[in-house]
Design a protein around this ligand. Structure first.
Ligand code: F6R
Length: 614
């Protein structure tokens, strides 16, 4: 949600900023802008509004006019406060145009701060919350503070999760950043320093990466980078390793990131599962402060996540309860923290998140820690806020996911959570080691089954064409088919904007069945689970209402499709692993439907990849 990039040093250029913004575009694309500190001694600002065209306009404008620079900051916006207009586009300036800022997040108390500043005669030129930060820094600088001192002092006055970078004309080449529960990473190539909201933005520039800590101020300039807490006591920078390649963050011949990432699923899952078991078959977490004995003492699991990650968590609930007999609660992160969850030191709270930065899940993780729970993050971005906060981390090794609609990280999350479920079963003694080994073996075969499912690409393209006039879709399933149904509906909604609902098939008759008629298409996740027969009875209820049925099933059940119905055959696997295979045709259906309607699948309207506001 909003992307920030900044550069200072010998290689500082407008191109570093604009190319970084292109890579950050998945975080928001309402408008874009840069401010550069040019060699003439002042700031030059270029901004553009107009959705996905903003960056193209910015490229032309800024690149044509700016020569050598000391430093620069750039931003791609996902609007929160103020419409996506040019005036609200970042960077924002203070009254005298001596301070420039790019910001991600929300200043929750901005109204009070703005009133205070207006009363002192400050003039605002945008409706954003961000602009108050520029004016507050202006006040501090006028009082004789350095930019670093000004940021430290202003940071403590603001409420809310945010990260921002500021520059001042009075300190050429110096950039100061601040981070609080919103992403920011520091990188260098030895000659220049780069700050960004996410690693891919600077993957082609930086060779060394450093964590930026919450509630810390980072000062970057020609002489290097230093970090300090808000009392300005220096804190050492901690380096971390990034294994992502530049190629992994490029489209590599595919039309878009979404199709590339759909096809990367077998590899992403293989990497996530590879080399995880040690000699005694225990799961090797990437980071852990608790051991197997402590894990064995857990008496409840709580999974918190949002969106697609929540659907992965839902699959895990079925598996953990089945294999370990531990009670599992599952919560949407934004609900968890406001509803007095019953959590104690024997609860394992598992935060599931691709980005590791989703504010609601991060806040839920904080809450879980405050309540004394053991915490584990399942996330894809190394060094992300959740990975740094949790007691233990299990990384999905899916590589960078750029398409806004999550695909490969979803199936990798399910794979990671299955390993966690098996580990809990092992330490609790609910499964014999050989049973665990046997299930692991089956899990490792899932990528090959996914390869088979991916061969259905053209079949799903045909199906999307067949249903191109349909305006209402339903997705139903039972047991682990239910989260698959929810995910299928979410994918279709978010990239094609068509009304689509996911339901537990057994629940249809309690209300939603009233919606069914001959104008609706119902996708049924009908692969083999122990509720298969009951599910087929639910399909009869749908048929009786005249709706068209599409069955996602195992080839042995092809016969259950009636004349005129569509049957999409996917390989039969262990029922608890089936969601990783069954979801693939649904991703592909959403993809082809959206493309058929002429939509940009990588940049669905109103959405941002990483949601760092509440
Ligand atoms: C949907 C999608 C979102 C995310 C959700 C959580 O395709 O991508 O629903 O799953 O915003 O994001 P993470 O996993 O980064 O916490």
């Amino acid at each position: 949600m909003c992307g920030i990039i900044a550069v200072t040093g010998k290689r500082a250029s407008v191109e570093v900023l604009t190319s970084g913004l292109h890579r950050l575009e998945y975080r928001g694309y309402d408008s874009a802008g840069v401010v550069v500190h040019d060699r003439g001694g002042g700031f030059s600002r270029y901004r553009a509004a107009g959705g996905t065209k903003s960056l193209v306009t910015l490229d032309k404008e800024a690149s044509a006019h700016v020569g050598e620079i000391y430093a620069g900051i750039g931003h791609t916006r996902w609007a929160t406060h103020g419409a996506p207009t040019l005036f609200n586009a970042h960077p924002h300036l203070d009254c005298n145009e001596r301070v420039a800022i790019v910001h991600n997040g929300i200043v929750e108390n901005y109204r009070a701060l703005k009133e205070e500043l207006l009363a002192k005669g400050h003039v605002f030129s945008s409706e954003t919350d961000t602009e108050v930060i520029a004016h507050l820094i202006e006040v501090e600088l006028r009082g004789g503070a350095t930019l670093t001192q000004a940021v430290a002092s202003v940071a403590s006055r603001m409420r809310g999760a945010m990260s921002f970078v500021v520059a001042s004309v009075d300190e050429p080449g110096v950039l100061v950043g601040f981070k609080r529960m919103a992403p920011m990473v520091l990188g260098t190539d030895g000659e220049s320093w780069f700050l960004a909201s996410d690693i891919p933005a600077i993957l082609d520039r930086a060779s060394t990466f450093f964590h930026v800590d919450d509630e810390h101020v980072l000062t970057v300039g020609p002489d290097g980078a230093t970090m300090a807490d808000l009392s300005l006591t220096p804190v050492p920078l901690v380096e971390f390793h990034v294994s992502w390649t530049l190629e992994s963050a490029e489209r590599s011949g595919f039309d878009d990131f979404m199709s590339k990432e759909i096809f990367e699923q077998p590899a992403a899952l293989r990497d996530t599962l590879a080399g995880r078991l040690d000699a005694d078959r225990s799961l090797m977490l990437d980071v852990t402060t608790f051991d197997a004995d402590e894990l064995a003492r857990i008496n409840k699991v709580f999974i918190v996540a949002c969106g697609t990650s929540y659907h992965a968590g839902m699959v895990a609930k079925y598996a953990i309860e089945h294999w370990t007999k531990l009670p599992v609660e599952l919560d949407i992160s934004s609900e968890f923290r406001y509803r007095d969850p019953v959590v104690d030191e024997r609860t394992l709270v598992v935060a599931v998140s691709q980005s590791g930065e989703t504010l609601d899940t991060l806040a839920a993780l904080h809450e879980a820690k405050n309540l004394g729970a053991q915490t584990l993050a399942v996330c894809n971005v190394v060094g992300s806020s959740m990975a740094r906060l949790a007691d233990a981390v299990l990384y999905t090794r899916a590589g960078p996911e750029v398409g806004v609609a999550a695909t490969k990280t979803h199936t990798a999350q399910i794979g990671a959570l299955m390993m966690l479920a098996l580990e809990l079963a092992r330490v609790r003694g609910y499964l014999y080691p050989q049973e665990v080994a046997e299930l692991y073996g089956q899990l490792q075969e899932i990528p090959a089954h996914m390869d088979e499912a991916l061969k259905l690409w053209d079949t799903l393209a045909d199906l999307a064409r067949k249903h191109s006039g349909i305006s209402r879709f339903y997705f139903i399933g039972r047991h682990v088919g239910y989260p698959v149904a929810l995910e299928g509906a979410l994918k279709l909604k978010e990239i094609s904007y068509l009304p689509a609902e996911g339901y537990p098939a057994g629940e249809l008759k309690h209300g939603p069945i009233a919606m069914l008629d001959e104008n609706a298409v119902v996708f049924v996740i009908a692969t083999r689970t122990r509720l298969h027969e009951k599910l087929l009875a639910n399909v009869e209820e749908v048929r009786a209402r005249g709706s068209e049925v599409v069955l996602i099933g195992n080839p042995i059940d092809a016969g259950v499709a009636r004349a005129g119905e569509s049957f999409v055959g996917v390989p039969q696997v262990h029922p608890l692993f089936a969601p990783m295979v069954d979801v693939i045709p649904l991703q592909m259906f959403a993809y082809h439907t959206a493309r058929g309607m002429g939509y940009d699948v990588d940049r669905p309207r109103n959405l941002a990849k990483t949601v760092t506001v509440e």
